[in-house]
Design a protein around this ligand. Structure first.
Ligand code: AMP
Ligand code: GLY
Length: 430
């Protein structure tokens, strides 16, 4: 029997999701995206080009086609209530309801929920409704802080004292922010991402990934949506112990249990961003979806049928046996327009060389008369997959270097030198 599935979103992450779903010959894919993503497009039977937060249009499109289920890539439609709308029309959704998505969309809610229910890994934090109170607190606090707007900012809204700003800069930033501000202790350590499939009750983890937020090599420059990421054949990371990983997993399972207990069961992909500190993993944030780029790492390793996983998520029957990842390393490198993220050069043509064994994922590019043009965000990504990190890096790097045009990428992602730096940093901390 044919299964009609809707994919919402048009980035590299959604191209990866659509690719794994399209492996199943009984699946008919439909998609909605704000801009035509050539990768998602090529595997879709029909595409609606529409703002991804236009919940009503999207739901009408899904109802007209008669899709049985939907998977939501980005956070904005979740915040706009897409899961609620689809489910009210009998369409199962991989992606939480608006209320459950507050784990990501409302940083104050997330911290208070962890705090109230005694979930481990919550840094010291304060939520301010009044800017003057925030300013006073920041000026008097003895240590370094992270200043965050309470809502969504595409990963670019956080200012860290001692990294992006000094105390005065932090105060100025808090003054600039309209609405609520979350202020929390600055965590020191190495970051890692733990993503999981969640069906409301059961949580099945995916391999750990490390993303690279900074725009330039050596972790310099402004924060971005993520410049690239890697994962290891053992599905862990060399600066994360077995105990650290178990703690992170426990935290995520506790969050799922609390969400069910407070009447907001969580169904979809849960993304945990952790800082591995002297005292083990602390939660930087949760996201209510796959990470971008991290989705490309893990989905490139998925051996199980994604369609079956999706069905199990919607039915509440997830089990470890239904999720298997290949024991290989992956390296993902994003090509971004020159000047990204502050002053990206848009509308510039990209040319491809021979990208060998690498997997190509389209993100924010426009196909115009056969020409691929840069837009303002991350353009395309390559994933290398191999038995070792070194081989995977080589595949991704040589593919990324084969592209011509006004684009750049971080050559250091997935290299032995950078990995050693992370390991040394962790040793210093502990
Ligand atoms: P977020 O938007 O919360 O993911 O934050 C973006 C980035 O800011 C994270 O990936 C971290 O690198 C950094 N960050 C956020 N919160 C903290 C914190 N409390 N301490 C140190 N770094 C943080
Ligand atoms: N790579 C970080 C994110 O997707 O939020």
């Amino acid at each position: 029997m044919t299964l009609k599935i809707l994919v919402v979103g048009g980035g590299g992450r959604e191209h990866a999701i659509a690719s794994v779903l399209s492996r199943n010959s009984e699946v008919e894919l439909y998609s909605v995206m704000a801009k035509k993503n050539p990768g998602v497009w090529s595997v879709s039977k029909r595409v609606l080009v529409e703002n991804e937060t236009n919940v009503k249009r999207i739901a009408d499109f899904a109802s007209d086609i008669g899709v049985q289920c939907a998977i939501i890539g980005p956070e904005a439609p979740l915040q706009a209530g897409i899961a609620d709308e689809l489910e009210s029309r009998g369409i199962a959704c991989v992606g939480p309801t608006r209320e459950a998505a507050r784990l990501e969309t409302d940083k104050g809610f997330c911290r208070m929920m962890m705090d109230r229910h005694g979930i481990a890994g919550c840094p010291k934090y304060r939520v301010f409704h009044d800017q003057e109170d925030a300013v006073l607190f920041i000026s008097q606090y003895p240590g370094e802080l992270a200043i965050k707007p309470v809502g969504l900012t595409g990963g670019k809204g956080v200012r860290i004292m001692g990294e992006h700003v000094d105390r005065n800069g932090a105060i100025d930033y808090a003054k600039q922010l309209a609405g609520q501000v979350v202020v929390e202790e600055r965590l020191i350590g190495e970051e890692f991402t733990l993503q999981a499939f969640v069906d409301g009750t059961h949580l099945i983890p995916m391999p750990l990934v490390q993303d690279h937020k900074r725009a330039f090599e050596g972790d310099q420059g402004p924060n971005t949506g993520g410049m690239g990421s890697y994962s290891m054949p053992d599905h862990s990371l060399p600066f994360v112990s077995h105990n650290d990983r178990e703690k992170a997993l426990r935290i995520m399972k506790d969050v799922v249990a609390v969400m069910a207990k407070i009447g907001q069961p969580y169904r979809g992909i849960l993304y945990g961003q952790f800082m591995n500190t002297q005292n083990g993993p602390m939660v930087i944030e949760f996201n209510a979806r796959f990470g971008d780029p991290e989705a490309m790492n893990v989905l490139s390793l998925l051996e199980s049928d994604m369609t079956e996983i999706i069905i199990r998520i919607t039915e509440g029957t997830l089990s470890q046996g239904s999720v298997k990842f290949s024991k290989e390393a992956t390296v993902c490198k994003y090509l971004v327009p020159e000047g990204y993220p502050d002053t990206p050069r848009t509308g510039r043509p990209l040319t491809f060389g021979d990208y060998g064994k690498a997997l190509l994922f389209y993100a924010n590019v426009e196909l115009n008369n056969g020409e691929l043009l840069t837009q303002s965000s991350r353009a395309i990504a390559f994933v290398g997959r191999a038995d070792t990190l070194a081989e995977a890096e080589k595949i991704a790097e040589s593919a990324a270097s084969s592209v011509g045009g006004d684009v750049s990428h971080r050559r250091d992602i997935g290299t032995e030198a950078l990995l050693q730096k992370r390991i040394e940093h962790m040793k210093e901390i502990r």
